[in-house]
Ligand binder design. Sequence first.
Ligand code: SAH
Length: 250
Amino acid sequence: MIKFVGAGPGDVDLITIKGRQALEEADIIIYAGSLVSKAHLDFCKEDADIYNSASMTLEEVIDVMENGEKEGKDIVRLHTGDPTIYGAIREQIDELDRLGIEYEVIPGVSSFTAACASIRREFTLPDVSQTVILTRIEGRTPVPEGEDIEDLAKHRASMAIFLSVQEIDRVIEKLAKGYGSYDIPVAVVYKASWEDEEIIIGTLQDIGKKVKEKNINKMAQILVGNFIQGDYERSKLYDPSFTHKFRSGK
Ligand code: SAH
């Protein structure tokens, strides 16, 4: 049995209880070494076999899984954040299906919610945005037509942009074109929930300069939208004049 586990964004206690248990019981752990905190490995059995997938190909990862499965071992594939977002788990899942190996996916705290928690904000404010767009700029991996950051920005939804801080200038240009303005709040959160986390707040006008001053070029979320700063309507849910199923009002 293979368990794909979300390790969370960094802080070792931001893994789910189910994910931690899977780690404690595993005979083999394959972890995404470039982003997953090594502190998670302290919870593994002493004699567990540990592989860092940073230096492995998909084929090598599948080989470890297949051989382990043949020996009846419990295997954890530990991914950063939530495995279902830029986790490249689908290509592993399809191979496991082909080989007839069972697996389960255990979700995790994604870095986009961790980053929003770090700046102590809420993505979804009434009247501001009720939609969150998760995206990235195209790199070696292309982005399908219609999903360019400029097009997405036109929706004025709250945005969390992954895998893109190394291209902050291009991101800013696309956002400014989509919004038709540079006066849009942006927060860049580097290593959300890690001890060396950095938060940079600005607008499309000045965020590029601020990010470069701090030399941030990897492992950051770019959060964009008026949810970061500005006015909003209070929620109907907690409005005394609004009744709902759990509070009938007087
Ligand atoms: N599955 C992961 C994303 C993997 S893609 C998740 O759910 O978070 C890797 C990208 O995620 C990085 O380039 C960065 O944009 C973002 N990321 C991962 N961990 C982060 C963290 N602790 N703080 C900020 N961004 C992070």
